[in-house]
Write a protein that binds this ligand. Structure first.
Ligand SMILES: NC(=O)c1ccc[n+]([C@@H]2O[C@H](COP(=O)([O-])OP(=O)(O)OC[C@H]3O[C@@H](n4cnc5c(N)ncnc54)[C@H](OP(=O)(O)O)[C@@H]3O)[C@@H](O)[C@H]2O)c1
Length: 251
């Protein structure tokens, strides 16, 4: 029997817009209250996401923080405690995405990417485990949003790929360390939204889809439903779902 998310509390990082927003809305649609975390999103984007979540009859609060710093992670958890005083679900979706080949990555870029994509989720996992274990009944679920770096070297996105491969390794060690009361899983999206901040034409985006076995790109909602599946199925831990039209088979 799938877990009922009604009245559970979910923290979704990077959820004011794009894929994180779709995940937050899917969990809200299933009855979870949501802590919307954002970093540099506009007030309009945050307001609109909060409005859409609340229109599903659940509570929504927001917190602005840089999850690439310990202080930012602490601020997120202060907000969770003040808003809800408990936590059932953490989704680590916030991420940087920078195109660089290995020899072009600067020390600062390496540090920043690892800070947001790996150290942030690590600190959020530790803080979440503590709060989830105060729940009654104790326990919870964490989902880490990875990327194709999980499936092998990603030459054009060297440091990003390394950070996401390591996020999968964090998922596995978390699953064996935090059970049986906390489950930890991952989703590996493929091309589901055009990269943020880049002016990619529809033709170029379609060409990306053409490289996949399913011959099309996906959607943020595809990822959101996979996250909801991992959250609601209580015999799943240490596993990952590729939501990528078969991209991992094309290398
Ligand atoms: N889009 C795709 O097709 C695709 C494909 C594969 C994997 N993924 C993965 O899916 C997840 C979501 O994808 P997306 O395309 O929606 O991502 P995105 O737009 O590139 O960024 C996700 C979020 O990360 C937040 N963020 C960035 N730096 C931050 C920091 N220092 N502190 C806190 N938050 C920070 C941003 O918040 P603000 O905007 O508020 O600053 C943004 O909302 C990511 O983990 C990504 O790697 C996406």
């Amino acid at each position: 029997m799938p877990i009922d998310l009604k009245d559970q509390v979910a923290l979704v990082t990077g959820s004011a817009h794009r894929v994180g927003r779709a995940i937050a809305l899917e969990l809200a649609r299933r009855g979870a209250h949501i802590l919307v975390h954002y970093h540099s999103s506009s007030a309009d984007a945050v307001r609109s996401t909060m409005h859409d979540i609340k229109s599903m009859g659940v509570d929504a609060f927001s917190v602005q923080a840089d999850v690439g710093t310990p202080e930012g992670v602490e601020a997120v958890f202060t907000a969770v405690r003040e808003a809800f005083g408990r936590l059932n679900i953490l989704v680590n979706s916030a991420s940087t995405f920078q195109k660089r080949e290995l020899l072009d990555v600067t020390y600062e870029e390496w540090q920043q990417t690892l800070a947001v994509n790996l150290t942030g989720p690590f600190l959020l996992t530790q803080a979440s485990a503590e709060l989830m274990r105060q729940n009654s009944p104790a326990g919870g679920c964490i989902v880490n949003i990875c990327d194709r770096g999980v499936d092998g070297p990603w030459k054009e996105y060297a440091h990003h790929g390394v950070s996401k491969a390591a996020l999968w390794a964090l998922t596995e060690v978390s699953a064996v360390s935090l059970g049986p009361d906390i489950r930890v899983n991952a989703v590996v999206p493929g091309p589901v939204m055009k990269p943020a901040g880049r002016n990619m034409s529809d033709e170029a985006w379609e060409a990306v889809g053409d490289t996949l076995p399913l011959k099309r790109t996906g959607s943020a909602e595809d990822v959101a439903r996979a996250v909801a599946y991992l959250v609601t199925e209580d015999f799943l831990t240490g596993t990952l779902i590729h939501v990528n039209g078969g991209e991992h088979l094309t290398k």
